[in-house]
Design a protein around this ligand. Structure first.
Ligand code: ZN
Ligand code: ZN
Ligand code: ZN
Length: 373
């Protein structure tokens, strides 16, 4: 049994998606397995070579087109309890014609951005037109989390906080990054994640590479170590949290840069409230680091939305004039990176409230000094 929200939640989402499709002038949404389908019917189905899709017409009943051999697993999603129509097909039949069967005229289709080319190309051939991306339509829906989703993000935040609280059990000089990462991955599962989606252990110079994962480098006692970890917690909402660790008193220049980073992260979190733009939150963090002479060391955007995907809208980046609204969830994760030397990052997931934001991560933000033994 797939873990998911009450069925009524999905019924509301499917109805709302149809309404938004109509407003966008789209005949139907064609949603293949991926985060959009998980959002709409709570299905964790994967994409294979056989075509499965939830067809949501702007007007009329949604249909789940699926290979006959996958009917049973889709029946376990909310699609079953919602009583959605199933259109099963068997090998040798053309599922694309089946998907278009109930749509009139020259349909304008909107497809999920995770649809594979192996499905998109035959679908385009069957309609004779280029579809648009469903992301543009589902974005407003998925970006603003409802109460059930916010609760799920809180559970994910608490789970990753429990893992960070235990980092001292595994992280110490003399061990390799890979060995520490393996222990952390086990702890992600032990503390309630269904998968260890990513485990970044960046020690010493590796910490200066924001997307370094882990390596066979042996951790040294004077290293600064970036630990950025997360994964899905049932029913699929992700955690993502970074803290930075050390084992000895850091040199004055490191301590000063870290103090500026800590302030930048706090100032950015304090800037989050309804009515401000996404880019203003990025600017809040960036201005503080520029003032400390560290502007050149902050080499990425301040944050990304999170939910069923680890990276989704809204992106907290210069140029994004999107106005924040209650229910939006995203990371605030400025970092400083000194090429070939060291790096640090502080990351929390925040949810916009009526008058500010709530952080789902509660661990202290300081450079955490761990015992060496
Ligand atoms: Zn990232
Ligand atoms: Zn992260
Ligand atoms: Zn992140």
């Amino acid at each position: 049994m797939v873990s998911r929200f009450p069925t009524v939640v999905y019924g509301r989402r499917v109805a709302r998606a149809a309404e938004l499709a109509g407003q966008a002038g789209v005949t139907a949404l064609i949603i293949t397995p991926g985060p959009d389908l998980a959002y709409l019917i709570g299905s964790d189905a994967q994409t294979f070579e056989r075509f499965s899709a939830l067809v949501i017409p702007a007007s009329g009943a949604p249909v789940l087109v699926t290979p006959r051999l996958e009917v049973a697993s889709f029946a376990e999603s909310a699609a079953g309890e919602l009583g959605l129509d199933f259109a099963p097909w068997v090998d040798g039949e053309d599922p694309f014609t089946l998907a278009l069967r109930t749509l009139r005229g020259d349909p304008v289709l909107a497809v999920s951005d995770s649809m594979s080319a192996g499905h998109l190309i035959p679908l385009m051939a069957a309609t004779g037109t280029a579809p648009v991306l469903a992301t543009a339509i589902l974005r407003d829906l998925r970006m603003v989390k409802d109460d059930d989703e916010i609760e799920a993000l809180r559970r994910a935040g608490a789970a990753i906080d429990r893992v960070h609280a235990r980092v001292g059990e595994w992280l110490r000089p003399g061990r390799t990054e890979a060995a520490v990462a393996a222990d952390i991955a086990d702890a992600l599962i032990a503390e309630g994640h269904t998968a260890a989606a990513f485990v970044i252990v960046g020690s010493g110079p590796n910490g200066a590479d924001p997307h370094h994962e882990h390596s066979d480098r042996v951790i040294e006692q004077d290293d600064i170590v970036v630990i950025d970890i997360g994964g899905p917690v049932a029913p699929g909402y992700n955690s993502d949290c970074t803290r930075t660790y050390c084992f000895t008193e850091p040199p004055a220049d490191v301590a000063a840069a870290y103090a500026a980073l800590e302030e930048a992260q706090a100032v950015a979190v304090a800037a989050v409230r309804p009515g401000v733009t996404a880019e203003s939150v990025d600017a809040a963090a960036r201005d503080r680091l520029v003032a400390a002479g560290l502007g050149e060391k902050f080499i990425h955007r301040t944050g990304h939305g999170i939910g069923l995907s680890v990276h989704e809208e809204p992106y907290i980046v210069a140029g994004n004039e999107l106005v924040l609204a209650p229910g939006m969830a995203f990371s605030v994760e400025p970092g400083v990176y000194f090429d070939g030397e060291w790096g640090a990052r502080i990351e929390d997931i925040v949810i916009v409230t009526d008058d500010g934001c709530e952080s789902v991560n509660r661990r202290s933000h300081g450079l955490t000094r761990l015992p060496q033994e």
